[in-house]
Design a protein around this ligand. Sequence first.
Ligand code: ARG
Length: 476
Amino acid sequence: MSDDSIESLDEVVSDNPTKTLWHGRFGEGPSAELLAFTVSLHFDKRLAEVDIDGSRAHVTMLTRQGLLVEDERAAIVAALEQVRQELATNTFEFAPSDEDIHTAIERRVTEIAGDAGGKLHTGRSRNDQVATDLRLWLRIAGKDQIERIQALQSVLIRRALEAEEDYLPGYTHLQRAQPVLLAHHLLAHVWALSRDVDRWFDCLARADVCPLGAGALAGSSLPLDPVFSAQQLEFARPFENSLDAVSDRDFVAEALFCATMTQIHLSRIGEEIVLWTTEEFGFLRLSDGYSTGSSMLPQKKNPDIAELARGKAGRLIGDLTGFLATLKGLPLSYNRDLQEDKEPLFDAIDTCALTLGAIAGLLDTATVVPERMREAADSPANAATDLAEHLVRQGVPFREAHAVVGNLVRQSIERGVGLDELVEADPRLGPEAIPLLQPGAGVKRRTSPGGAGPGPLEEQLRLVNERLNEQRSRLA
Ligand code: ARG
């Protein structure tokens, strides 16, 4: 809400008591402070479209149940569509008493449709209405999140295919461990993201319940038909318990977790981008369009997108945990606290959507520096496990083989002698172990299923495509 509209509230309240949805029960109009504090219009405006859809379904149900006549239904539907038009063209005039989008739309429908408009809210409360709206909104938003995750996966897969034989050190504890194909590394992120997609499917399936007909909390004495309302809005099923229907926000918490988990995955990708683009690593160069410069340091090229992906994860964790704290301790059924569901949800979904697009663009346009990756991966110590496994193949117990090779690595460091020299001179290893230390040899030896070498990668690509196609057809 603009400052103007807040200022004008005083006037309206004193000269002309603002007409609330509950004006019959109240002698006085609402105070300016109450309106300013309780208003949610500035953020729940974005529920307008689904609110209108829900109202259309509701009046159709009322008509079928004999609670409205056809002319009344037609007048309300025409008014709702006019409101949709006014909102879309920014010609809708909000009134100071419009504390939320539901109030605003009902007020305007009544202005347009007259007495018929006054029947729109028959057998309905904003409590079942807002819960319905948010589920409808989430259905669209969740699908959009899935599509954005899939777009990032496509970029990662394309880069993986382009990477061909490129390899880099795989790390544990951020210490060089064993060489891995770059494609394998990139696909690791694709798998994580595919779990995010599955999580969204699960979340959306559980959220697929229509609360319409629960009323304020207890249903109604009128012959409502929640099954028909649910069908019209293409929900999988109606609510079973009216108290639960208006107080359940599990679906919001779950959606917040889905978005937060994705953001955390993006944060981890972001952290790798930050590392890889340092001069120290030098594995990746960012395109100009997806990096920033410094206002003072002319030489700088900064990975701000990657850093913000990381930074904004903190914000989403806040959205999730803040909302869980809101829910904690709420008695049945609807409590106004629940109005606090929308801002964190919208923020988390918006932030994650933006991050997905930015990281996808960054990865799509960045340049890989395979020489630097190779150089880092080819240091002979990265072949230590292969040396130990060479001994295992000759029957040496692994624990002993580990000690033999570990000892050689220590001597190499302490005496400043090349590991290859020590390997060649060692009676158990000798010249036949030398090929294991050759540049590029290690990654080819990662042959076990799901491993980091070219053999298992082929199978992995088949599996990842299968999984992604299955998820794509599930979405369609
Ligand atoms: N704006 C409110 C919300 O988002 C609508 C429900 C208000 N219900 C009520 N009983 N005051 O939760």
